[in-house]
Design a protein around this ligand. Sequence first.
Ligand SMILES: NC(=O)c1ccc[n+]([C@@H]2O[C@H](COP(=O)([O-])OP(=O)(O)OC[C@H]3O[C@@H](n4cnc5c(N)ncnc54)[C@H](O)[C@@H]3O)[C@@H](O)[C@H]2O)c1
Length: 256
Amino acid sequence: MTLTRSSDGRSVAGRAALITGAGSGIGRATALLLAAEGARVAAADCKLEAVESVAAEITAAGGEALACQLDVCDDSQVCSVVEQTVEAYGALDILVNCAGIALPAAFGDEEAWERTLDVNLKGSMRTIRAALPRLRASDAGRVVNIASTDAQVATPMMSAYTVSKHGVVGLTRALAVELADSGVTVNAVMPGPINTGMTAAIGEDDRRRFARRRVALRRYGEPVEVAQAILNLVLPASSYTQGACLRVDGGMLTVA
Ligand SMILES: NC(=O)c1ccc[n+]([C@@H]2O[C@H](COP(=O)([O-])OP(=O)(O)OC[C@H]3O[C@@H](n4cnc5c(N)ncnc54)[C@H](O)[C@@H]3O)[C@@H](O)[C@H]2O)c1
C-alpha cells in the first residue's frame, strides 16, 4: 500500500454534465458545484434568463457552461438540448434531472395530476431516453434523478406530487436493472425540506416550527447540501452504486 493520494475517479473534472431545472434551487446549486469541480455544464431550464445567469456566474469564475432553454415536457426541446451539449463538449457523461414542480391540489384535480406527472416523472424519462446513447458512449455514464422524501411517505394535498416521486424512484430502480450492462449508473436522491424556490412560500416561522418538530437536524437543508450528495453519485469512482435512493433529509424520516 502507498499513501500517495490519487484523484483517479474521484473528480468530475472535464466531464460533460447536463442539468435540468438548473435555473433555481437544487439544480442551480448542482450546476455551480459540478462546474466548481471542473465539469463542463449545460444548465437547462424553462426559465432561460435564470440559466443564463447561472452560466454567466460559472464562466465569470473561469468555468465552462452553456445555458439552454428547455421544457422537459417537449420531446424536441429535450433532444435539442442533448445535441447542444454534445456539440459544445463532444460528449455527455452526466445527466441530473432536477426540473420539478409541486402543485398543492386535491386528489380529484386531473389537470394538476397530468401536469405534475408530465414534468416530474415523464420529464425525467424523456431526458434519460434522449441522453442514453451518449451516456452509453461514456466510460462512466451517470444519471441522478431527484425524488423526495415524498417517495417514501405522503404529504396531505400533494397526492399527484407524492405519486410522481414514488414514480421517480420506480423509474430509477427499473433503469438501474435494465441498463445494468451499459456501464451507466442510475441513482436518485430524496431530499427532505430544502430552502429553494419550491418552499419559498412557506413562512419563516412555519419552516422553523416544522424543522424543530420533524427534522433530526432541526433545520431546513440548503440546496448545496443536496448537490454534494449528487456530486458523490456522479463520480466515475461511484461505479458500483446502482439503483440507490439516497435520503438527504437531515434525518427527517429517521425521527421516531
Ligand atoms: N425544495 C424541497 O424542499 C424539495 C424537497 C424534495 C424534493 N425536491 C425536488 O427537487 C427538485 C428541484 O426543486 P427545487 O426545490 O430546487 O425547486 P425550484 O423551484 O427552486 O427549482 C425547480 C426548477 O425546475 C424548473 N422547471 C419547472 N418545470 C420545468 C419544465 N417543465 N422544464 C424545465 N424546467 C422546469 C423551474 O423553472 C425551476 O428553475 C424538484 O424535482 C423537487 O420536486 C425539492
